[in-house]
Design a binder for this molecule. Structure first.
Ligand SMILES: [Zn+2]
Length: 429
C-alpha cells in the first residue's frame, strides 16, 4: 500500500495504481482552485477505510467530481460569461508578455468554468476535456465568444464613453470638430521624414534654449518663473532612453502636475518639454475637458517648432518631430472613427444589436483592449492641432493663450472657434 499527500489531499492506493494516481494529481495541479472544492480530503482506492472515502479507481473519482461540479454549480450567469470573455481577451491579446504569464492560471480557470457550461449535459465530453484541456480550447473560445460577443462589446463601448465623458461633454465636443479632424490629417500626409537624424543636445543646452523660448512666449517672464519653480519643486523628471522620436512616450500627471519626460539626448527633448509644459500650465485650471486637453500642449509644441526654425534648426528635423506624432495619429484614426461612431450610436439610440457584423465587433473589441485609452487620445490631439492652426492665424496668439489658458475649459466649441477667428488676423509669414 502506498500513500501520497499533496494540496492537503491524502490518497492511499496499491502499487499498480501509481500511474493513475499521478494522472489524478496532474489534473488537480491544472485546476487546483476549482477541483479542491469537490474532492474529498481523504481518498482510498484500496478498500473502505475509516475516515477515507472509497473509490474503486481514479476514473470513477473523476466521474464523481465532474458530476458534482455539473450538478451543483449554479448556472453561470451572462455577467460571469461577459467577465470571462473580457478577461480571456485581455490575457490573450495584451502585448505585455509579463501580464500574459501571470494570467496563465486565470486562463485555466476561465476555460474550466466555460467547459462546465459547455458540457452541462455531456458528462463524457467533460471528462474528455479534463484529460486534455488544450485540445478543446478553440472550441471553448468559440462558444464563449458567440455567447458574449455583443454584450462584451456594448460593455466596452460604454466604458469608453464614460471615460471620455467624465465630468464634461467631450463626446459632443469631439462630434462638433469631427469634420476638422479629417481636414487636419489631410494636411499632414507629406513625404516621409523618419530617416532624418536629429541634432544631439545636452540637457544644459535644452534648458538654456527652453528658457529663451519662454522669454519670447511671455516677455513678462511669468512662464519663465513658473518653469524655474517647477524645476525647484522637483516637478520635472527626465528619463534617459535610447528611443526614436516615434517611440517616445512622455506624460504630465494631472493629480500631482509632475512631468515625466523621456529624453533621447537630441533636439527632440526640447519638443517634449514644450509639449508637457503646455500641460503643466493648463493643469492649473480647475476644470478639465478631455476633448480640449491637448490644445495648449500642442500649441506650445508648435510654437516651439516655429522658435527652432527661427533659431536656424534644419526644417527637415522639425518636420520629422512633427511627423512622429502624426504617424501615430493616422494609424489609430480609422480604428478610432469606427468605434467612435458606435459609441455615438449607443449614446443616442441604444446598444449595438446582435445583427451587427461579427467581424467588425471582434476587430473593434480587440482594438479597444489592445490600444486601450491610447485610442481615446486620438481625438484630443486632432482637436489640438486644429485649434492651434486657427490660433496661429492671430498676431496676438501668444498673449491670447496666456490670457485664456485657464478659460478654455469653460468654452463651448462654437465659442472657442468664434473667439479664435474673430480678432487681429495678420498676414501670414
Ligand atoms: Zn499631451
Amino acid at each position: 500500500m502506498k500513500k501520497r499527500m499533496e494540496n492537503e489531499i491524502e490518497v492511499v492506493f496499491e502499487d499498480v495504481q501509481e500511474n493513475e494516481v499521478n494522472y489524478l494529481f496532474k489534473i488537480i495541479q491544472k485546476h487546483p482552485k476549482l477541483l479542491l472544492n469537490y474532492i474529498p480530503q481523504k481518498i482510498s482506492f484500496i478498500d473502505s477505510i475509516e475516515d477515507y472515502t472509497y473509490f474503486p479507481n481514479v476514473f470513477i473519482l473523476l466521474n464523481y467530481i465532474a458530476h458534482s461540479i455539473l450538478s451543483s454549480t449554479k448556472k453561470i450567469t451572462l455577467e460571469d460569461q461577459e467577465a470571462l470573455y473580457y478577461q480571456l481577451l485581455i490575457a490573450w491579446y495584451d502585448e505585455d508578455e509579463e501580464y500574459k504569464k501571470s494570467s496563465e492560471e486565470d486562463q485555466e480557470t476561465i476555460f474550466f468554468i466555460t467547459a462546465i457550461e459547455y458540457y452541462r449535459n455531456n458528462l463524457e465530453g467533460f471528462l474528455q476535456y479534463l484529460k486534455c484541456p488544450e485540445d478543446y480550447k478553440e472550441e471553448l473560445i468559440e462558444f464563449l465568444k458567440n455567447n458574449t460577443r455583443v454584450m462584451v462589446y456594448n460593455h466596452l463601448l460604454e466604458a469608453f464613453r464614460s471615460k471620455i465623458n467624465e465630468n464634461d461633454h467631450s463626446l459632443e465636443i469631439i462630434k462638433s470638430f469631427q469634420k476638422n479632424q479629417e481636414e487636419v490629417l489631410e494636411g499632414f500626409q507629406k513625404r516621409d521624414y523618419t530617416k532624418i537624424p536629429l541634432t544631439k543636445c545636452s540637457k544644459e543646452f535644452i534648458d538654456v534654449l527652453f528658457k529663451d523660448f519662454l522669454t519670447e512666449m511671455d516677455p513678462k517672464l511669468e512662464y519663465l518663473l513658473l518653469y524655474e519653480i517647477a524645476k525647484m519643486n522637483g516637478k520635472i523628471h527626465w528619463d534617459d532612453v535610447n528611443l526614436e522620436p516615434e517611440q517616445i512616450d512622455s506624460e504630465t500627471i494631472r493629480s500631482t502636475n509632475e512631468m515625466r519626460l523621456q529624453s533621447n539626448g537630441t533636439i527632440h527633448d526640447f519638443r517634449v518639454l514644450a509639449h508637457e509644459f503646455g500641460h503643466y500650465l493648463s493643469n492649473c485650471s480647475k476644470n478639465f475637458v478631455f476633448a480640449y486637453s491637448e490644445f495648449p500642449a500642442i500649441f506650445f509644441e508648435e510654437e516651439g517648432n516655429l522658435y527652432l526654425k527661427r533659431k536656424g534648426f534644419p526644417s527637415d528635423e522639425i518636420n520629422r518631430m512633427r511627423q512622429s506624432r502624426i504617424n501615430n495619429l493616422l494609424k489609430k484614426y480609422l480604428i478610432w472613427m469606427n468605434i467612435y461612431h458606435h459609441m455615438l450610436y449607443q449614446e443616442k439610440i441604444g446598444n449595438i444589436s446582435e445583427e451587427s457584423s461579427e467581424e467588425e465587433i471582434d476587430r473593434n473589441t480587440l482594438n479597444m483592449i489592445s490600444y486601450g485609452s491610447k485610442l481615446l487620445y486620438t481625438a484630443p490631439y486632432l482637436i489640438g492641432y486644429y485649434l492651434t492652426s486657427k490660433l496661429e492665424e492671430r498676431e496676438d496668439r501668444k498673449a491670447w493663450m496666456k490670457n485664456n489658458l485657464l478659460r478654455i475649459n469653460t468654452m463651448t466649441p462654437q465659442e472657442l472657434e468664434n473667439e479664435l477667428k474673430t480678432k487681429k488676423i495678420y498676414e501670414k509669414e
